[in-house]
Write a protein that binds this ligand. Structure first.
Ligand code: ATP
Length: 728
């Protein structure tokens, strides 16, 4: 990769647009370009322009206090400019710059405001991008591409540690170190983060454990509730079944009893009706029985009357017959009147006695008495005798009449007797019937009483059943309430089938236990579950983070180790080569002698293996001299030793180009010749642009740029192609 062209405009003393073109030699060698000119003409400004164009930020790097100081500040003849730019043109055919362009132009522009702009192939870019692609092409700020006067001396005078750093830079281990440092930082922060995460985990852990048990309990609640419901249903199912079993016989019994009672009640009703019928039959006053009895009484009364009439008639007839006999006796014999009178008197007394006894025949007796009395009177008066014969006839007639009457009465009595007998028979029959009925009624009453007793007994039994059922109902109600409060369902929903194998006591214990467990769970807030989830996810996150960090730490340690190994390998290789080249260039420059780099190791460590290099020392002994320390070298010797070291570094890092700004200033003619030889050697692999006053070096150059500055304070460029055939 070659720096093909430098374009400068407004930068420092380069007021005008100025090009420095670096053609390749015919044999494609990179060649040497010498920039020459009087002091203060602006040669070093070209060097500064390249540095600036490569993105250098440090002000002292290119000798300006402020960044905007690089803009042409004006002169007695020219006004200051408001902006400046530098464009660096690279041949990128070998794609050292990681861009898919054969030519890459890097441009940096600055405005009076101090604002910088960067362009890659005229496209706006960031400084970082510019530095990145240039770094990858090996054109770094520390690659010793641009070496000014003091730098070579500094290489020799720096302390061993800084020198070691220079070699490390040349060995390009810097990015390994950066990476390592970055990895170390990351390792440290990972370690810190891991420690933090672990501390947090330790802090969280006890709470998490507590939350976990609580949350598990809470989460288990649903399962417990389900189990509780199942067990409680079984438990209540058995209780329900027991109650139903207990209730059934009472219900059946009650039903049967009620059925029995109902039939007994209808029986009682029937009997009651029958008894009512009987009592109705027995009581009425105008019953046939009474009528018959009345009739019989009447008949008996009438019969008695007839009997009395008959006896009166018979008495009459007897009297009449006596009368007739008396009359006949009278008529035939003399009548003993006092005797008749006495007899009549007795008869009258008898009649009176009779009349006194039988009141209904009083009238007849009265008639008899009066007749007897008349007779007596007539006897007394003596009339009887005279009338006796006619009387006898009359009497006989009367007897006949009475006999007829009596006959009628007898006929009537016979008829009466017959009727009476019929009536008596009838009454008898009725009495018989009545007696039978009374018997039946008594039987019915007995039956009625028995039925009432049965009814009472049944009612008692029903009542007893009802009392038992009421007791069961109380138990059922309790069960209903319990089921409702425990399961929030009606007891009817409790299945009581297929529970044969279940043990009530065991179920009761299980239900009680589950209930207690649920109570414990219920006491736990759902917030606990939420907190557990959050804490758990936090813990898991920390755990994952710790695992990731552990992995990262392991991988970082591995990376660091590998980086260290790579860096060490590369450093060792670079150190070996630089050491060899240093000796080579030293020998060229000093025509002999020996120079070497010596590693200074820290031997404080007990473990030899772990000894660390703390720096690089320089040993340089020109021929025929016995020098123990570089500080013993002369100024020129020091400068030459520095250059040998510088070229050893350059030949190792092989930058695409080097700009050497008057590094040869302290050399005498002989050393200048040697120096030019080394430059020639370097130029085989690296494009060399050297700002010099040295004629020996100018002689080696293929192209010469002359820088001049007139009174206007503006640098002007003049090119002289010293090697024919050089091409752009
Ligand atoms: P020497 O051979 O003595 O080292 P040189 O040729 O390298 O000299 P430079 O250091 O490149 O010279 O240039 C110095 C000149 O550039 C000075 O004259 C200075 O005034 C001029 N210069 C520096 N910065 C600016 C600027 N911002 N504007 C105008 N001119 C500037």
């Amino acid at each position: 990769m070659q720096l093909k062209k430098i374009e400068i405009k407004g930068f420092k003393s380069f007021y005008k647009k100025t090009f420095l073109i670096f053609p390749k030699s015919k044999n494609e060698e990179h060649g040497i370009t010498a920039i020459v000119g009087p002091n203060g003409s602006g040669k070093s400004n070209i060097c500064d322009a390249v540095k600036w164009g490569l993105g250098v930020q440090s002000k002292k790097g290119f000798r300006s206090k402020k960044s905007k100081d690089v803009i042409f500040a004006g002169s007695s003849l020219k006004k200051p400019l408001s902006s400046a730019y530098v464009s660096l043109y690279f041949d990128n055919r070998r794609k050292k710059i990681p861009l898919d362009y054969e030519n890459v132009i890097i441009t940096r522009k600055i405005y009076a405001s101090g604002e910088n702009e960067y362009f890659i192939n005229n496209g706006r870019a960031k400084l970082k991008e510019v530095l990145q692609i240039l770094g990858q092409a090996g054109i770094g700020q520390q690659s010793y591409s641009i070496v000014d006067q003091g730098m070579a001396d500094r290489l020799l005078l720096v302390n061993p540690l800084e020198r070691k750093k220079i070699i490390e830079e040349a060995a390009k281990v810097k990015h390994f170190q950066i990476k390592k440092e970055d990895s170390l930082k990351r390792l440290e922060s990972s370690q810190i983060n891991m420690d933090k995460a672990r501390a947090l985990m330790e802090e969280i852990n006890p709470r998490l454990k507590y939350l976990k048990t609580q949350a598990n309990k809470k989460i288990k609640q649903a399962k417990l509730e389900k189990e509780y419901r199942e067990k409680a249903k079984q438990y209540f199912g058995i209780l329900r079944k027991k109650l139903l079993d207990k209730k059934k016989p009472y219900l059946d019994n009650k039903k049967n009893l009620e059925k029995e009672l109902s039939s007994i009640l209808s029986e009682i009703e029937k009997t009651r009706r029958q008894l009512a019928e009987f009592s109705q039959k027995a009581t009425p006053e105008d019953s046939q029985e009474n009528k018959n009895q009345e009739k019989l009484a009447e008949m008996r009364e009438a019969e008695n009357n007839f009997f009395r009439q008959k006896s009166v008639l018979e008495g009459k007839i007897e009297i009449l017959n006596d009368k007739i006999d008396f009359q006949k006796s009278i008529s035939r014999q003399k009548v003993d009147l006092p005797y008749v009178e006495k007899k009549l008197e007795q008869l009258l007394q008898e009649i009176d006695k009779l009349a006194f006894k039988k009141t209904p025949a009083i009238a007849d007796l009265k008639i008899i008495r009066e007749a007897t009395l008349k007779l007596k009177n007539e006897l007394t008066e003596g009339l009887v005798k005279k009338e006796s014969l006619s009387l006898i006839a009359d009497l006989e007639k009367e007897i006949e009449e009475n006999r007829n009457q009596n006959k009628l009465i007898e006929e009537k009595l016979a008829k009466f007797s017959q009727e009476k007998n019929i009536l008596i028979q009838k009454i008898k029959e009725e009495d018989q019937k009545k007696a039978e009925e009374q018997l039946a009624s008594r039987e019915l009453e007995k039956k009625f009483d028995a039925a009432i007793r049965d009814k009472d007994l049944l009612q008692e039994k029903i009542k007893n059943s009802e009392i038992e059922l009421a007791r069961i109902e109380v138990d059922e109600n309790n069960l209903r309430k319990k089921v409702l409060s425990s399961l929030n369902i009606s007891v009817e929903k409790i299945n009581y089938q297929n529970l044969a194998g279940k043990n009530l006591n065991q179920l009761e214990e299980e239900v009680e236990k589950l209930s207690q467990q649920i109570n414990v769970c219920e006491a736990i807030d759902w917030e606990v579950v939420k907190e557990f989830k959050e804490t758990s996810s936090r813990y898991n996150f920390l755990e994952k983070e710790t695992a990731d960090l552990k992995k990262a730490i392991r991988s970082l340690k591995k990376i660091i180790k590998s980086l260290e190994e790579k860096a060490e390998k590369r450093f060792t290789a670079a150190f070996t080569k630089i050491n060899k080249d240093f000796n080579k260039y030293f020998k060229i420059i000093f025509k002999g002698g020996a120079a070497s780099l010596i590693k200074i190791e820290n031997n404080d460590s007990d473990d030899k293996k772990n000894s660390t290099q703390i720096g690089i020392d320089i040993k340089a002994v020109p021929p025929t001299k016995k020098i123990k320390n570089v500080s013993m070298l002369s100024g020129g010797e020091k400068a030459l030793t520095s250059l040998a070291f510088l070229f050893a570094i350059i030949s190792n890092s092989k930058p695409p180009f080097v700009i050497l700004d008057e590094v040869d200033v302290a050399l005498d003619e002989a050393n200048s010749i040697r120096f030019s030889r080394i430059i020639k050697e370097i130029a085989k692999e690296t494009q060399v642009i050297t700002i010099t006053h040295n004629r020996e070096i100018m002689k080696e150059a293929q192209l010469l740029y002359g820088v001049t500055m007139q009174k206007d304070g503006i640098s002007e460029l003049l090119s002289v192609n010293l090697q024919p055939g050089a091409k752009e």
